[in-house]
Design a protein around this ligand. Structure first.
Ligand code: FUB
Length: 348
């Protein structure tokens, strides 16, 4: 890994320039998936802990064991309420470890928590758990979703009533191991094995329509194609624009906005399209790099204003796997382009 630049940062000075402060400080939280349920904002984050695992490019240091649900009455709230443990890895029959970025959806009064975790063979799968309350606790299904793989599920309800799951993440998220349709276990300690060459198209995130009970894929996952301004798939070497992880989907003025993290270049970017499957054309950056290695977000509309939920590692003074969720308002210009957000005022 390159030298970690965080030792040169004055975190008190940085926090004074941050455009937002952590929404909770009693635990570390990350990967905030926010939704408005019953007029209130519910946030489904990862619950970061320090389990003592060393930093590596496979993300072994992200050794999370449970989820907490948070809520806010309004985006103006400076803190979020913690509803306690909503699901623990020990209660999920198929899962062994690493409960990474989750998401949630509501249908017919039932709430569904979608979450990735490594199974007993060290393969990331995506599971579902349900509850009668948006705050949980959630009861897991005994098996992971059939045909699921990789990480970072984001579930989008389309205006025709169908639900779609976007997912995937490279390196530790294992998406590159599924290029042939089967899990490739060779070179398992390398996050770079099985990736395309720089001149080849980048790996695509995946999308699958869910069954009516939201417990299964209703189709084989398809590629989410992200194209450049010439209609060509983004290349693997285009590291400031290509997909890495952290899918999110929202709609604005009838357009579909697929947003994601570029991982090792640390941007949150977006691409727009005309339907939930895409293709999507790259449209720009939403968020400049935050303190910490990862960047992960969600976007919601609340009372006709738009908000970005995101995280950084400023509270932990730069510890990569101890992050804190934040919120800031998001603005569009008259053409529907999202205005890029700088997470700290002044010079980075
Ligand atoms: O929280 C663990 C992983 O870090 C997430 O799944 C990724 O999106 C990154 O934020």
């Amino acid at each position: 890994m390159p030298e970690d630049p965080i030792h040169h940062i004055d975190f008190d000075e940085l926090s004074s320039r941050a455009i937002s402060q952590p929404l909770v400080t009693h635990i570390y939280t990350a990967d905030p998936s926010a939704h408005v349920f019953g007029g209130k904002i519910y946030i489904y984050p990862s619950h970061d802990i320090d389990a003592g695992d060393a930093f590596d490019d496979l993300g072994s240091h992200f050794a999370m064991e449970d989820y907490h649900v948070l809520s806010m009455n309004s985006p103006e709230d400076t803190t979020a309420e913690d509803h306690g443990i909503a699901l623990e890895v020990q209660d999920v029959p198929w899962a062994a470890k690493q409960m990474w970025a989750p998401d949630a959806a509501e249908k017919d009064g039932t709430y569904y928590l979608f979450f990735p975790a490594k199974d007993k063979e060290d393969i990331f799968r995506i599971g579902v758990a349900s509850s009668q309350s948006p705050a949980g606790p959630f009861t897991p299904e005994p098996e992971a979703i059939r045909g699921s793989f990789s990480i970072d599920p984001a579930v989008f309800k389309n205006d025709d009533g169908e639900y779609y799951m976007y997912f995937g993440g490279i390196w530790g998220g294992q998406l590159q191991r599924w290029r042939t349709g089967k899990f490739n276990a060779a070179d398992e300690q390398s996050p770079f094995a099985h990736l395309p060459m720089d001149h080849e198209p980048a790996l695509c995130p995946k999308v699958a329509r869910l069954t009516r009970n939201l417990l299964e894929f209703d189709e084989t996952p398809r590629d989410v194609k992200i194209l450049d301004e010439n209609g060509v798939l983004l290349l693997q070497g285009d590291r400031e624009r290509r997909f890495f992880e952290a899918s999110w989907m929202h709609q604005y003025n009838g357009k579909y906005y697929f947003s994601y993290s570029t991982g090792d270049t640390h941007f949150i970017c977006y691409a727009t399209g005309d339907n939930p499957y895409g293709p999507f054309t790259y449209a720009g950056r939403i968020l400049e790099p935050v303190v910490g290695w990862t960047s992960h977000h969600s976007i919601i509309e609340f009372q006709k204003k738009w908000y970005l939920f995101y995280h950084d590692s400023s509270l932990s003074k730069g510890v990569t796997h101890l992050r804190s969720i934040k919120i800031t308002e998001l603005f569009y210009d008259e053409n529907g382009s999202i205005k890029t957000i700088a997470p700290y005022s002044g010079n980075p």
